[in-house]
Ligand binder design. Sequence first.
Ligand code: HEM
Ligand SMILES: [Ca+2]
Length: 328
Amino acid sequence: AICSNGKTVGNAACCQLFPLLADLQENLFDSPCNEPVREVLHLAFHDAMGFSIRGGVGGGSDGSIITFASIETTFPENTALVGVIGWVTPLIARHNFSDGDFLHFAAAVGIATCPGAPRPNFLLGRPQARAPAESGLVPNASDSVTAILARFADVNINPSEVVALLAAHSVAADYDTDPVIPGAPFDTTPGIFDTQIFTEVLLRGVLFPGNGSNVGEVLSPLRGEVRLQSDFEIARDSRTACLWKELVGNQARMQSQFKAAFSSLSVTGQNTAAMVDCSDVIPIPAPVTVPPFFPQGFTSADIEDFCPSVQLPPLSTLPGPAPIVDSA
Ligand code: HEM
Ligand SMILES: [Ca+2]
């Protein structure tokens, strides 16, 4: 079908997404991906986790975190998401989509503003949420790997997909774990969807970047960079260390695995047979232009290796002294 804006899509029902795409691009997102992109992605993740294959705890990727914000933002894991819900509320009001379609479309469009990201898929057709999710369904950074993998298995996401999804922490910053350094990123390139998170989490930790040791935080290799305990442990656990190391410096592999895993995350609890594939509405992201690297002062000798059977690709070290990572 040819839409009224001249764009061609596979299914005419997808044409209605173009005005929302333009509104998101003009009034919320920026490239390289900005704080609203990161927070919408974070919101979509928390919404998606509100589901169980055993039933009874919520409708998954249904936008209930927006529809029932007055309930779900009282959950401790969601209190920091009040702000982003406020940012998206006027956009939702200007268009005619369910909260679930809005949120998971916005997350896909947001990812596409990050250079280096894969082009996310998007399926249209989430019914309006009928009930809030329960509290306690989103993993904490202080949870064990066993608990984290079990929680993801309960939304039909396997360990390999969990590792790939953590590429999202390549465009992420911390506000609550260590509140004295708000906006401290998890890798040195929070505006680029790259593999630096996989490299940098394997570097030996030597310091706490802010106010000492906080719950869910472990030693970081760099001033200004926060390292989550969960990322640290998933990178080193025997169930996930090789999956993690395979993504170090491997942009193409990271992109294809993230793309597939994110497709699953964005439809937890949904009946995909009743949805329309509108992936062709999502913009094609810009490529990453800088090759993967070790931050200044680091080499392969600083990598903590929990998977000797996987070879590290050759990475060069950026010139100069070790940086203080800027807040994102
Ligand atoms: C192992 C499971 C995970 C844990 C324990 C975890 C934990 C966290 C924590 C503690 C933060 C910092 C929040 C703050 O203080 O502001 C964070 C940020 C973030 N996470 Fe995760 N996360 C996980 C998986 C994911 C997944 C699967 C995604 C998306 C696909 C994701 C996307 C993000 C984003 C985009 C941010 C940054 C938000 C911002 O910049 O404002 N996370 N995560
Ligand atoms: Ca990055």
